[in-house]
Ligand binder design. Structure first.
Ligand code: TEU
Length: 547
């Protein structure tokens, strides 16, 4: 198993990172241009979201050819060069493997459509009449999960978009094909893999209606998922690399099994429970204020539960599917810097491997788009229509998208204050939000109190302190509203991390001997406390080390 506890991973959404050939779309050479920046930041791995041949209906999560690069992003030579140049800088490249489904433009699906039985068995087809849908399940992107193909008189399953057909993992040939994909990239020098919705690959034997939900209970952490993963890992030897599984609506028990070293499945898991604390009744399209108590409870439960059973978490706030965290749990206006730094501290010093999503390290905010024409994401566009059908006004639907759309994360990286923020000379494929302040890499680089420099300090801390990378965790001030605090300990070191999630001022009576600790990191110039009490200002964070 690759060593991953002291590593930090940086996620790149190539389409929006840096455009080297000035066509308005980011590309692989654009990533190469920015490797020195990433090295300086101190990260160990880059995870790039898919750039394989694809109709890009879901921006590359709809793969039509697993072995080739989409010309929009560059060539195989570009990728080889990226691997080499990254390696020279001590950075490994992780690729995104979308193995739950392929694009319907994939050759396998096209041959299935032509009537080849062998390839129909690569997907989940059900015989039936057009007016009798196999189940009432709801797709993750809205609408039914089944699509009818009249000339075949069959339905096929798609948990995501209608152009993303689910693969049939029950078929050993499918599993062999996917192993070959992994071996191909591993032999090219890829150092790790992120597996897209990998906990959804095992479907039930019989397809039936879900009387109370959207069907997810039948395929989430499905009956053969561990067996399939073990086989995939064993037959490809990818346990020597770093691997992370994206787990949709999973349970802690399942994540323990996926990530426990003895199980030989994955290095770690992403789960999303902590990013649903502002979903009203669990519904992404219903807005509510974030429930910070619930957020704390979830962290406590997952951190302690995974620790007890030797599982390992990927810890993160942001990715290409999530709105920007500083706009979501922080205050992206008055306390922009403070809250961005506090949120960074809260997540980075947990037990787990931290992920930084491009732009998070400079405090990029939500896009605040105001018209539907500005949106590009298939999920956002689908749900806009669904919300209108449900009777919401355009204004209401747009207000929800402004908070929830995945496009909030997908606007171009802000490199400098030149035209198009230094992303491209050409008009970007998605617009650059009008910002109220100067957010950019150039404006923050080497500025001691910038958000960017703060991220560098956090990354360094993980590398220097065993208590952070490998130590135990326990929680403090559990009963204090808006305070999320924990202690990290190894044999020789001890740290206390206190994060304040509100714009009020809070006075805490320390339940530890304050005099025995020194502040080593914080987001205000000087920490205010008298000898007895800790005074926490709006969104304040402090990291104390035992002297
Ligand atoms: O995401 C899986 C996933 O479950 C999310 O898209 C989730 O449904 C959404 O954020 C909730 O609103 C992965 C990829 O990260 C995503 O970009 C892909 O669209 C999806 O799988 C399908 O491959």
């Amino acid at each position: 198993m690759a060593d991953f506890k002291d590593k930090v991973i940086y996620q790149i959404y190539p389409k929006s990172f840096r455009d080297s050939d000035q066509d308005g779309v980011g590309d692989i050479r654009g990533i190469i241009e920015k490797l020195d920046y990433l090295k300086e930041l101190g990260i160990d791995y880059i995870w790039t979201t898919p750039f394989f041949v694809s109709p890009l209906r879901d921006n590359g999560y709809d793969i039509a050819d697993y072995f080739n690069i989409d010309p929009l992003f560059g060539t195989m030579e570009d990728l080889d060069q990226l691997i080499d140049e990254a390696e020279k800088r001590g950075i490994g490249l992780m690729l995104d493997m979308v193995f739950n489904h392929t694009s319907t433009e994939h050759e396998w699906f096209q041959r299935a459509l032509k009537g080849e039985k062998e390839y129909q068995d690569y997907y989940i087809f059900q015989d039936g009449e057009p007016d009798k849908i196999p189940t009432n399940w709801v797709s993750k992107f809205g609408g039914p999960t089944w699509e009818y193909v009249p000339h075949l008189k069959k339905w096929y399953l798609h948990l995501f978009d209608v152009t993303q057909a689910d693969l049939n993992w029950e078929n050993p040939k499918v599993r062999e094909e996917l192993k070959n994909v992994l071996l191909f990239w591993k032999n090219k020098g890829i150092k790790g893999f992120r597996f897209d919705v990998i906990n959804l690959i095992s479907k039930p034997e019989v397809f039936e209606n879900d009387s109370e939900g959207d069907g997810r209970k039948f395929y989430t952490d499905g009956r053969r998922v561990h067996e399939f993963l073990k086989e995939l890992v064993q037959d490809t030897g990818i346990d020597s690399l770093i691997t992370v599984g994206e787990m949709s609506s999973t349970s802690m028990e399942s994540c323990i099994r996926y990530s426990k070293p003895e199980e030989k499945e994955l290095s770690m898991c992403f789960n999303f429970h902590h990013l649903k604390v502002d979903y009203k009744n669990g519904d992404k399209w219903e807005i509510m204020e974030p429930d910070i108590e619930e957020l704390k409870n979830l962290f406590v439960q997952w951190q302690l539960g995974m620790q007890e059973e030797n599982g390992w978490n990927a810890v993160f706030w942001c990715n290409h599917d999530q709105p920007r965290i500083v706009s979501r749990l922080g205050d992206d206006k008055e306390y922009w810097q403070e809250s961005a730094k506090m949120l960074a501290t809260a997540i980075h010093l947990l037990r787990g491997t931290p992920y930084i999503y491009q732009g998070e390290e400079i405090g990029m905010t939500n896009a605040y788009f105001s018209s539907i024409e500005q949106y590009r994401d298939v999920e956002s566009l689908n749900y806009y229509e669904i919300m209108l059908e449900q009777g919401k006004s355009k204004e209401e639907a747009l207000a929800i998208l402004a908070k929830r759309s995945r496009d909030n994360a997908r606007t171009p990286m802000l490199w400098n204050e030149d035209k198009n923020a230094g992303f491209s000379e050409a008009k970007p494929w998605i617009s650059i939000p009008e910002s109220e302040r100067q957010v950019s890499v150039e404006a923050q680089l080497n500025k001691p109190d910038s958000i960017l420099e703060y991220y560098r300090k956090l990354i360094r801390l993980r590398k220097e302190k065993k208590a952070i990378s490998e130590g135990m965790i326990e929680f403090l001030y559990k009963e204090k509203p808006d305070i999320f605090a924990y202690r990290r300990m190894s044999e020789k070191e001890e740290f206390i991390v206190i994060n304040h999630f509100s714009e009020k001022i809070v006075v805490l009576e320390p339940d530890f001997a304050l005099a025995e600790y020194k502040v080593i990191l914080g987001n205000y110039e000087k920490h205010q406390s008298d000898s007895k009490n800790l005074v926490l200002r709006p969104f304040e964070t402090i990291v104390l080390e035992r002297i």
